[in-house]
Design a protein around this ligand. Sequence first.
Ligand SMILES: [Zn+2]
Length: 345
Amino acid sequence: MHATLDLSTHAHLPVTLHDSGISIGQTTYTHGTVRINESAAIAVSQLINGWQMCALRMPLAGLVFQVSKELTSLGHFFPLIHTLNHAQRTEFRTRLNTLLQTPDIAITYTAQTGLTATPLIVRVMVLGQIVSCFWGRPEIVSALQRTKPSVALYANRQLYERAGGVGGGCYLPHEHHIMLEVNRLFEGFYTPTPNVSPFLHEFGHLLDGTHMRLNQLPHCVGRLPLMHDQDLRLWQKAKYREVQCYTAWYHQRPPSDGQMPLGHPYVFQNDGEFLAGHWEMFWRNPHAMAQQTPHLFNAFMFYVNQDPRTSLTHDYMGYVEGNRAFYQSGQQPWPTEMRYDTASD
Ligand SMILES: [Zn+2]
């Protein structure tokens, strides 16, 4: 079939190659073009060639980037890009290229045949996320580079587990190392609005580990690196409020105004999960966070010096709704082992 597709409406559709052509969503194409923006398009034949060099299941936007290197296609993964003007896009590209060229943040890929060159789109899914989160605080990216973190990606579950990976993804604080199955990098992008992001979650843990390293602490304490005094004050206040609210629910005495925690009991287990879980939600449901827990939202917004609501028009509501359902169900919340920044001053 002949394609005349527009990336802006088809970015999230899964692509796979067959003998008969390339499937984009439910349809198989043999020729035609995908329009990327006003000035760029890519031929289906180029996508087919590109797939042969990087045979990973991913949304169309990923394959289009892998082949065309057009920054617009990354807007599906990093919505900030849609809001940047021409000069800012050039700056985004420069920062991304700088990270791609330095060995400071090592990204490895293990396939069935062993360690393999990491495909460009896979490296960009990690490094572009870092550039995007710290667009307003580039000095934090430099600090991150100095701590030499690493990310190991695995082609499948078996390889991940054989290397010692546990759960849905993990961060090893003493190795300063994230482990993840490669398909989890793309998992939350098969819908027009980004949903779950295992990488953002593990990146939250890695930021905690970065703070630990920069301050030579013996273990993680659930804080972000390079917090200004005001950032820290806002964070402590916000965390205190959330923990108070959670504790009230835990003791079956919900606040009289009905306020419930934004996060699942999972994120109240300890200081690290509190940071990582809310960090992911800040980027995925900023509107709901700003509305339900403005103290937490402001703490993150001032820290990153960026308001994700300006680039993300719609929240992913899966976490927010699931967590609300949990508290409304009357189930017993889990015990917490949080210890840091939980007392009032
Ligand atoms: Zn976690």
